[in-house]
Design a protein around this ligand. Sequence first.
Ligand code: 4AD
Ligand code: MG
Length: 430
Amino acid sequence: METVLIKNLGDHVGQQVTIQGWLYNRRSSGKIQFLIVRDGSGLVQGVMVKKEVAPELYEAAQTLTQESALKLTGLVRAEERALGGFEMQVTGVEVIAIAEEYPITHKEHGVDFLAERRHLWIRTPRQVAILRIRSEIEHALREFFYQHDFVLADAPIITPAACEGTTNLFELDYHGDKGYLSQSGQLYNEATALALGRIYCFGPTFRAEKSKTRRHLLEFWMIEAEMAYFDVDDNMKLQEEMVCFVIQRVLHKCANELRTLGRDVAKLEAVKLPFPRISYTEAVEILKQAGEEFVWGDDFGAPHETIISNHFNAPVFVHRYPTAIKAFYMKPDPQDPTVVLGADLLAPEGYGEIIGGGQRIDDLNLLKQRIAEHKLPEDAFEWYLDLRRYGSVPHSGFGLGLERTVAWLCGLDHIRETIPFPRMLHKMYP
Ligand code: 4AD
Ligand code: MG
């Protein structure tokens, strides 16, 4: 008997197959039992008619509790009204493990209750759909870079210095020396880009965020690219192509998952190239027209980003932010040094900034000056300064926050559902 995944049952109509999974739900009318089984790839209903199977088999099935592990054998039938369009006429059940009383029932549960049981919560169809989409997004990103001749160059997780400011660093004891969990692989990416041309890294990044929001995690995954000889415009062009590639892939590969989530896919289908580009100064005008009291020079908060992005039906690049609110490594605009050649990508529908990036300072003296202005320890950055001493070139890069992208594409209210085990303020269990 062939063992198959539930998601592939459509390839086996009219055949006897086995599926391996867990009991999601059971309904019974005395003469007939419906066993709804999940295997991580989907759900299927197994139909067992009492008079068609051996009495022991029918009774064994009746002992199955929610989340009991089982193997189900039966004939695959197309059934329009069934979940996923197929059902199984059960001819065999192998009980692997009877589950104890399962805490997450089919009733509504509060989010705190579920978060405490995240290790079980991830079994529910909605969470499975999100995690499958997350996986597809990661694959698509990697494939995009592979197709564009990028080299995967992993950046270190333990670092001797800050990349994104010192206020949210996680410090650790590195055998007597101070070390930090990486906030971003960027500085190392700049080194590998000068070695390899076009590179990306994809790994966990850490920020000791002190506020609770629906967009911030303390540990999140970032895919970061860095390209030698790219300016700020080349950088934005690559990003928009990447984002469109990922959306197309998710629409194509994850239609069932998007349906499970009730995602309005028309909003994703509407995302087309090129994305609008506005300067920070133009964004401030949009805020003022919307009646916000916003002062040029301040950083955008989440509500501001929402107002700006609601102005467009597509993701929008905001470039040329005030120098004072951006990181030390951003290259000033030669036309107007009060702003930098950085650009963030704001997602539509109020999902906020999903990408931060820009062109880097390539001049040694200016970079030294910025390191001093930001009160960063110059000795920890000597190696980084070397990149400007030996063959410095214009170069640019960016980092896309995976979880915010998952939240947007899945249409989720909160970032906590976008990663198997979220790390949030005062929340580390499980
Ligand atoms: O804008 P950020 O801070 O940019 C950097 O770290 C650059 N060094 C990247 C680069 O140019 N290589 O962070 C990039 C993205 C944000 O746009 C956001 O999507 C995500 O990372 N991000 C977070 N996601 C979840 N939780 C947090 N606390 C996040 N902080 C940033
Ligand atoms: Mg940013």
